[in-house]
Design a protein around this ligand. Structure first.
Ligand code: SF4
Length: 303
């Protein structure tokens, strides 16, 4: 194995050729004090709801060297997911193919083409992805706690390479736009000064939560995920349609109307969401969401 430093310019150029809209490099060091304290406060509040995995491997989440022994460099990568056409009942990020698969494949291609040693993650390990995206200079943390990439806004997926070599240059963080969540509880009570309270978040309830939806959850816009804070973020004005065909909705998905959703069978669901992140909610979870969404929009078709 060569001991020569990796070229950050070569990594960035190759990442761009593979469709990543941003690529930044940071030294793999323990997460800095403020972010660590914020994460602990967030857990103390119980804002993770029943996503118990967030309470596991906290040491690895806060120190990349415990997650990947020998890691020297963290490469943050972003892809633009803003679909050109949209199915209004589904969150923007889930209109096309599952980003885990798309990003993972592209990141593997980058690792292989550049003979990089290490591991790649897309929501697949305890990694503070927004922290590392900011730390590696590819984006800013917005008022609503999202990451926004200059020129592309907050409609981006993130992934990370944990490399066991050093590179010849590292990036500096960009300044945050404002203290996060300041005054945003008016928009949504789930946005607190100590981070997002999943117990009150529609995205959490319609995607991650199994079982009954709490009575207070109102689904007036989307029944899978929620884009309200994303769309309200000032940087959303920078979002523009992606060139990635994988993130565009299918013709069949675009055609779906309230009456079609009401009659959705398990077979329809399998065809419509083959290879889609929506499968995370499973058929029963999606039907549960649709039922609430129809009720909250007072649409009833087959009586
Ligand atoms: S996704 Fe929706 S419910 Fe969750 S914090 Fe944003 S606006 Fe609130």
């Amino acid at each position: 194995m060569s001991l020569a430093l990796l070229s950050s310019c070569d990594i960035k150029a190759h990442a761009k050729s593979l469709g990543f809209i941003a690529c930044g490099l940071a030294k793999a060091e323990p997460v800095e004090g403020d972010a660590e304290a914020l994460f602990h406060r967030w857990l103390e509040h119980g804002y993770e709801a029943d996503m118990e995995y967030l309470r596991r491997n906290i040491d690895k989440r806060l120190n990349p060297k415990l997650l990947v022994p020998g890691v020297k460099t963290i490469v943050s990568l972003a892809m633009n997911f803003m679909p050109a056409d949209q199915q209004p009942a589904i969150s923007l990020y889930a209109q096309g193919k599952d980003y885990h698969d798309v990003m993972q494949e592209r990141m593997q291609m980058l690792m292989e083409a550049m003979h990089l040693q290490g591991r790649c993650f897309v929501d697949t390990a305890p990694v503070m992805e927004r922290y590392w995206a900011r730390r590696s200079g590819i984006g800013i943390i917005t008022q609503s706690g999202l990451i926004a990439v200059p020129g592309y806004g907050p409609t981006v997926f993130l992934g990370e390479l944990f490399l066991t070599s050093e590179t010849d240059a590292y990036d500096e963080p960009l300044p945050d736009s404002m203290p996060r969540h300041l005054g945003w509880s008016d928009l949504c009570p789930a946005l607190t000064p100590d981070g997002l309270d999943a117990n009150r978040c529609i995205s959490y309830h319609t995607i991650e939560h199994h079982g009954l939806l709490p009575n207070e959850v109102r689904l007036r816009h989307t029944f899978y995920g929620c884009d309200r804070c994303l769309r309200a973020t000032p940087q959303f004005a920078e979002s523009r349609p992606t060139a990635e065909s994988a993130f565009q909705p299918s013709e069949d998905l675009l055609k779906m109307k309230a009456e079609d959703w009401e009659r959705l069978t398990e077979e329809d669901y399998r065809k419509l969401f083959k290879g889609s992140a929506v499968k995370r909610a499973k058929y029963d979870g999606l039907k549960r969401n649709i039922e609430r969404w129809l009720k909250d929009n007072k649409v009833g078709v087959s009586k």
